[in-house]
Design a protein. Structure first.
Length: 572
């Protein structure tokens, strides 16, 4: 009787194809799936998956581990949520190519755009590269738990080609455009999965400068797209706040059409333009009907700020009375804040700075500030907002919010959904998730470490949309197909995302009855003692990468089968 390295027995297999669940065994050998069905041969290791879900590993195509991957072999917290392949280098920011003189500029940009402490980046990044191929070589030399793919970031490429002129957002000369096109092609041919760029005013360096790519001209972007077309490889990732403009959509469509390369574009509902997403999805549907591959990357829930005394933002951060004690250790600060006189002064002096940190304009929007709770509630009712509670209790909403922040000895986190929540529910998200030309993304794993904790999006898909939402749930087979096979194909990784013979043995074994998100918590484990929000989940019994178990019941096993993924991968 044949033997196998591993057999997962009797689980409910949802294989990533979108097909119906079925009870089956899964055999694995040499990092690949070898049988699915009734496996007669025994395994050197056998896992009893009766009553458990067996699904492909999740592919998260929108992360920012560009710094962390240089010092940390664990790409947590993504690996805690069933992710077996992460793709970084999104939104045009990253750390290669780079001249020595520009290193600080790229750190300042990453710190501002993605809220990653500059002190941690300065301490943790070893800078053993200049070109993008050298960066990939460095990444490939390190052990890691999950697979990692990188994209070539436009901002780094532009600064490399133009220096301070890029920082000043000046138009590129023909020679500079040629250098950018060559650098992009060099990155793609060395193994970058694609090219990313940002065209949003929300992306600024820590010193307040707009991202260098904000208004890059059409000739620059088209030259880069054509260079990718000549390579015949790679995908394009774009974030833009001008998707309601015909000229912007015409440009993005031309980039995809003339390059022949797929494009994904970040999409979320904005309170300022709450219906913009509808004509955008119509436009990309029309493009796909003409053979132009364009997708929207969409979120699994609202994109929300985490507010707290340990977080980057809290509603009282601009109050002079709070700023006078903001430097104190948390326990001492909380003790001072409980003093009635200090409390009164902080609340009376509360103000906001509309030109301050990203998200600071939300700090007095009490109708959109909620207790997060345990388990966290990501679709809170309007009746539970700080404003609604204050009205019922006959108090000012600032007083209610103040009390909430002091809960759990000041460790409490409040939730302020900023995108995808205009209507006070997630119906818009459901429509986006189920559209034929979207894929789940935007988790920002590794980024926004003090303001946002959306790395748990894959768990939200299964727990909330697949099991717990009181209405309009989405079938698990659809959700898993989108988060595994759909995302894998979106970045050209056709060798994974399916549980079928020959495919990469990236597999999750999940106890759906026990699947549960914990609230985010602040950890101080980045280089130089930097902080980051981490979020755990129960229910992930086993996670395998290339047939090796990296997580068992939420704990890392120490196995390091993860590899740098160089370029697109063919199906077996």
């Amino acid at each position: 009787m044949n033997s196998h390295a591993l057999v997962i027995r009797g689980g409910t297999v949802i294989d990533g194809s979108g097909g119906a669940p079925r009870q089956a065994d899964v055999a694995i050998d040499n990092g690949r799936v070898t049988e699915v069905g009734k496996v007669s041969g025994r395994g050197h290791r056998e896992i009893d998956a009766q009553g458990l879900l067996v699904a492909p590993g999740f592919v998260d195509i929108h992360t920012h581990y560009d710094g962390q991957a240089a010092w940390d072999k664990h790409l947590a917290p993504s690996s805690w949520h069933g992710v077996t392949t992460a793709v970084m280098g999104n939104c045009g920011v990253g750390f290669a190519p780079v001249y020595v003189r520009n290193r600080d500029r790229l750190i300042e940009l990453m710190e501002g755009v993605e809220d990653i402490p500059g002190t941690a980046l300065h301490e943790g990044i070893p800078w053993q590269w200049e070109t993008f191929p050298q960066y990939l070589d460095f990444l490939e030399s390190l052990p890691r738990d999950i697979d990692l793919g990188a994209q070539a970031p436009h901002a780094a490429i532009r600064v490399h080609a133009m220096g301070e002129r890029a920082i000043a957002r000046q138009a590129a000369t023909p020679d500079e455009i040629e250098r950018m096109a060559q650098a992009t092609r060099e990155a793609i041919e060395a193994g970058a999965l694609g090219f990313s760029t940002s065209r949003t005013v929300n992306h600024r360096s820590i010193s307040g400068e707009h991202i260098p790519t904000l208004r890059a001209e059409a000739d620059e972007l088209m030259a880069i797209a054509r260079a990718m077309g000549r390579s015949g490889r790679g995908v394009m990732q774009v974030v833009s706040d001008r998707l309601d403009r015909v000229d912007e959509m015409d440009l993005l469509e031309r980039m995809a059409q003339e390059s022949g390369r797929p494009m994904s574009i970040s999409l979320a509902q904005s309170n300022r333009k709450p219906d913009l997403w509808k004509p955008f999805l119509e436009r990309i549907s029309e493009a796909n009907a003409r053979g132009i591959a364009m997708r929207a990357q969409v979120a699994a829930r609202a994109i929300g700020l985490m507010l707290g005394l340990e977080a980057t933002l809290n509603p009282f951060m601009y109050s002079p009375a709070y700023q006078a004690i903001a430097h104190l250790p948390l326990a001492e600060r909380v003790a001072r804040m409980r003093d009635p006189a200090v409390r009164r002064a902080i609340i009376e002096q509360t103000t906001v700075d509309p030109k301050g940190l990203l998200g600071s304009n939300m700090l007095d929007q009490y109708q959109a500030i909620f207790r997060l709770g345990n388990p966290p509630d990501y679709e809170p009712a309007a009746s539970t907002s700080a404003l609604a509670v204050a009205e019922r209790e006959g108090r000012a909403p600032a007083q209610v919010t103040y009390d909430w922040l002091l809960e759990n000895d000041g460790h409490a986190l409040l939730y302020a959904p900023t995108l995808n929540y205009t209507d006070g529910n997630l119906d818009v998200v459901r429509t986006m998730l189920t559209h034929p030309h979207t894929v789940p993304g935007l988790s920002d794993g590794g980024a926004h470490v003090g303001t946002i904790c959306d790395v748990s999006f894959p768990t939200t898909l299964l727990q909330w949309w697949g099991r717990d939402r009181p209405r309009d749930r989405i079938p698990l087979e659809f959700l898993i197909a989108r988060q595994s096979r759909g995302t894998a194909l979106a970045v050209g990784l056709a060798d994974r995302g399916l549980i079928a013979p020959g495919y990469k043995a990236d597999i999750n074994v999940i106890d759906m009855a026990a699947l549960r998100l914990h609230p985010p918590e602040m950890a101080y484990d980045l280089p130089a003692g930097g902080r980051r929000m981490l979020q755990r989940a129960d229910g992930y019994r086993h996670t395998f990468v290339s047939g090796q178990e990296i997580m068992a019941d939420g704990q890392a096993t120490g196995a390091m089968p993860g590899k740098l993924v160089r370029g697109g991968q063919a199906a077996p």
